[in-house]
Write a protein that binds this ligand. Sequence first.
Ligand SMILES: [Zn+2]
Length: 249
Amino acid sequence: MSEKPNFLDYVNVYEFECELPGSKQKVKFKPVTTGQIKKLLTYENETNYVIQEQALDDLISSSVLSEGFSSDELYIYDRMYLLMELRKKTKGEILEFKIDCPKCKSQSINRVNLDELEMKQLEDVNDQLVDFGDVKVYLRHMKRKHQKRDITPNLFPKKLTSTQQGYIFQVLFHACAINKIETPKGIDENIDMKNRIFFIENIPMQQMEMIKNTVESMEFGWKLENKIQCPHCGHEESEEIPIQQNFFG
Ligand SMILES: [Zn+2]
C-alpha cells in the first residue's frame, strides 16, 4: 500500500463564505472545480428545464461545505444568489453572454460585472396577500423544495417551442407560488398542483397581472434584470442575465 501523497492535503482548500440575503444563513463553499464542470457538461444537451435545474442543485450541494446544509431549504432567490457567488469565486465577476437582438436579428456579446448589480435583501418572510374580494390568494416565498415538488420534468414535454416552454414555465412558477386560497367558505391549504395550475390558467388576465406583480415584488438578491443595448442598431432592452448559458463553463 502506497501512502497518500502530501500534495493531496492541499487540493480543495479554498474556502469562502457568504450570507444569504433571504434566510441570512452563512454558507461556506469552495469554488467549482474542473471535475464538477465535467459532470455539469453531461447535461449540456439537456433541454428539459427541470433537469437542468437538478444539475445545478448537484453543483451547489457538491460545493457547499457547511454542515447540515440542504439545497432544498434554500429560498429560490438565495439559491440564485449562491450560484452567483460560486460563479464569482470560480471564474470572476465578469460574465459574458450572447444576445440576439429582436430588432435587427444580429448576435452580439454582452458583458456584465456581477458585482455591480443591484442587491435587495428580503425584509418580510411572510406570505403576501393578493385580494380579489371573495378570493384571497396567499403567495409564499418559494423554496427550492416547493419547486421540486410542484414543477416536475413531465410537465415539460419534448418538442415544445421556446415560446410554449416559456408560457408553461410562467404558469407553473406562479402556481407554485400559491400557498393557500381564502374564500368566504374557509381557507384551502395544501392545494394540489393540478388545481393551482387550473386556478392560474382560469382567472381573468387582470387578476393574473396582480399575481404576477406581487410575485415579482417578492424577488430579492442580485437583480438579474439588466439593460442591454445592441451594438449594431442601438436597440435597448431589459433582459435577465442567463444563469444557464455558459455560466460556469
Ligand atoms: Zn440590433
